[in-house]
Design a protein around this ligand. Structure first.
Ligand SMILES: *Cc1c(COP(=O)(O)O)cnc(C)c1O
Length: 435
């Protein structure tokens, strides 16, 4: 590894070009707290880790304090008398969350955290019967999803090693092909009870063809659910129109709602009000109008709210509300447009830097098959060591997935062209040329 001056490394795309692009296409960075840099010559971090934890919107603190003050002033009366009363608080999140994922408001609710929600949804939607028992995931599934489906298989008395099918890319390829997934479902779909893939893969950044795979899975008689942890707030979604059975996502990645923030759930309306569908229940599963009649038997509404169980943590809802308002005011189409420009720019820079270095971009080249994240595989050295040097020598915050992948996510709400330029400049200075 050796250090070189950036101007000689990047003859076509200099820093001035990045600054010009930022002036022309500025984004909304001013609405966020950007962490100060731990190294390098720029005061702020180039923050490319919004796919892991999104930055804090400046509006979040006041929103949280207002809810805290209501508790202080009102005690229990805040349930009805707070400016945003706590009893129906989650309803404030429903419409903006539904717009974000392309759902009806009756199909969307914000509750719990992601893996918990996946389990609650599998209670309803993973029902192995006869020879139709298998669960299909991707081999590069996030470990939590892998553990969740394996434990569901065990819960039903099945062997996780034979019940869980892990789809792998073709030899020599890094990402799945839609036609291979749909061909598998056409050939073996009669043994599949549930297809549950990531909408955008956390490791490779690949955006799956959600409508095509959903259609293929449903045509094979399986239930099709999606983990949208890396898709919500990253790519446009039309869950209702795509006929997805269920989906779940978290709000702390692209949705900037804070560490461990509440997740979101989608259940297609065709599954609402089915009395025979198993669901786990609590007092929040019963219809709001009759909740305080305290009857021994629940009367669930014919909406996704029947999947709620507990009264929600109010102080975790304010940050989600703030964030969803931001998505509403900017709009997903405008964000996606800026995302395509920003990620396309980073890709062009990475092409120059990686051309003669032991680095390979493994994210699909087709912008229609990815969100904003670009993943780079290292031919030598450790991903964690590299991200440390990027951080402490250049103020660039990226995310290492051991052993050999570094992920860069220029987030269209707050990342800049200059951030992308800093990534390329820092990589060029940190990773020595091959040979
Ligand atoms: C981030 C992420 C998770 C995290 O799960 P939590 O339950 O929120 O801790 C799970 N699955 C995927 C695909 C993720 O990207």
């Amino acid at each position: 590894m050796r250090t070189r001056k950036s101007e000689t490394e990047l003859p076509r795309f200099g820093e001035a070009e990045a600054l010009r692009l930022d002036a022309a296409d500025p984004g909304h960075r001013h609405l966020f707290h950007v962490p100060p840099a731990d190294g390098g010559r720029h005061p702020e971090s180039a923050y490319l880790a919004g796919n892991s934890l999104g930055l804090q919107p400046r509006a979040t603190r006041d929103e949280l304090l207002a809810d805290l003050d209501a508790w202080g002033r009102l005690g229990v009366e805040g349930h009805l008398e707070a400016e945003r009363p706590w009893l129906p608080y989650h309803e404030l999140l429903t419409a903006p969350a539904a717009r974000l994922v392309g759902a009806l408001p009756t199909e969307t609710v914000v509750m719990n955290s992601l893996t918990v929600n996946l389990h609650l949804l599998m209670v309803s939607f993973y029902r192995p019967t006869g020879t139709r028992t298998r669960i299909v995931i991707e081999d590069s599934a996030f470990p939590s999803d892998s553990y969740a489906v394996r434990s569901q298989a065990r819960f039903h008395g099945l062997d996780p090693d034979t019940t869980v099918v892990r789809l792998t890319p073709r030899p020599g390829e890094d990402t799945l092909r839609t036609e291979d997934v749909t061909a598998f479902l056409a050939a073996e779909g009669d043994t599949v009870a549930l297809v549950m893939l990531g909408g955008v893969n956390y490791l490779t950044g690949e955006l799956m063809d959600i409508p095509a795979i959903t259609a293929a899975g449903r045509a094979a008689g399986a239930v099709v659910g999606w983990d949208l942890a890396h898709a919500a707030g990253n790519v446009p979604l039309s869950l209702h129109e795509w006929d997805v059975d269920f989906a779940a996502w978290c709000s702390y990645k692209y949705l900037n709602s804070g560490p461990g923030a509440l997740g979101g759930v989608f259940v297609h309306e065709r599954h609402h009000g089915e009395p025979d569908l198993p669901r786990f229940e609590g007092w929040w599963s019963t219809a709001a109008a009759t909740r305080f009649e305290m009857t021994p038997v629940s009367r669930p509404p014919s909406t996704v709210e029947a999947w709620q169980i507990s009264n929600p943590p109010i102080f975790s809802m304010g940050p989600v509300r703030t964030s969803l308002e931001l998505f509403d005011s900017v709009g997903m189409p405008a964000l996606r447009d800026r995302s395509l420009r920003l990620t396309g720019y980073l890709e062009r820079l990475l092409d120059e830097v990686t051309a003669d270095r032991p680095l390979t971009v493994i994210t699909p080249r087709d912008p229609g098959r990815r969100g904003c994240q670009l993943s780079v595989r290292l031919g030598e050295g450790s991903a964690r060591e590299l991200t440390k040097r990027l951080r402490y020598e250049h103020g660039v915050i990226a995310d290492a997935r051991e052993p050999d992948v570094v992920r860069f996510a220029p987030v269209p709400l707050y990342s800049t062209y200059h951030d992308c330029w800093r990534v390329a400049d820092a990589l060029a200075a940190t990773v020595g040329r091959a040979g």
